[in-house]
Design a protein around this ligand. Sequence first.
Ligand code: TYD
Length: 218
Amino acid sequence: MTGKPGLFISFEGGEGSGKSTQIRSLEKWFQDSGHEVVVTREPGGSPGAEEIRNLLLTGDPGRWDAVTEAFLMFASRRDHVERTIRPALADGKVVLCDRFADSSVAYQGYGHSLGADYIRNLWALAIGEFKPDLTLVFDLPIEIGLERAGARFANVSAAEDRFERMGTEFHQRLRNGFREIAASEPKRCRVIDATGDIDTVTQRVINTVKDSLVGQGR
Ligand code: TYD
């Protein structure tokens, strides 16, 4: 990638898919090959966006209606893109982002049934054509994901668990949504089988990233 602009990779999937752990492994993999890496997340990733994150992830599951929630997601995303992601890419860095706009398509579009087109329109209004170079979609059966997420959140006191507490049907729509997103943009999006142990999934991630970078001529 030397001499080329930076690389933007987003990590997507339902609850408990293990993507946060895999981001750390990929961060190390890029660093070991001499790249500067920025790890960031959504909602959040810049001071203003982190403030919006707090509004979004705490409180009652019905705290926001779906449209308000979608606008808050894109308000935070706009700030994050302008103040964190674009500057890092301009410096030639690798940006690894825990969730990005595909999460809005999946959660607000499919999960809350606003529809993918509605969210894609908001996407265009907020950040134009900007999108990741590569999106890894971590896929696993929802029972396994919710069990993993439940174990994690049982240990957190000020739980950011508004979304985990939405019903099973919501999570099933979410999984289907992510799969449809991946199928509609097969060049940018790669599905990662997130079942199995951490090392096995890490190997799948690295193989997929290598393959995709070669495919993109990087
Ligand atoms: P987080 O604690 O970061 O969860 P996870 O480890 O699952 O990524 O919380 C982010 C939550 O916000 C998660 O439940 C997904 C949801 N979300 C949306 O609904 N829309 C979005 O656009 C984004 C970025 C996240």
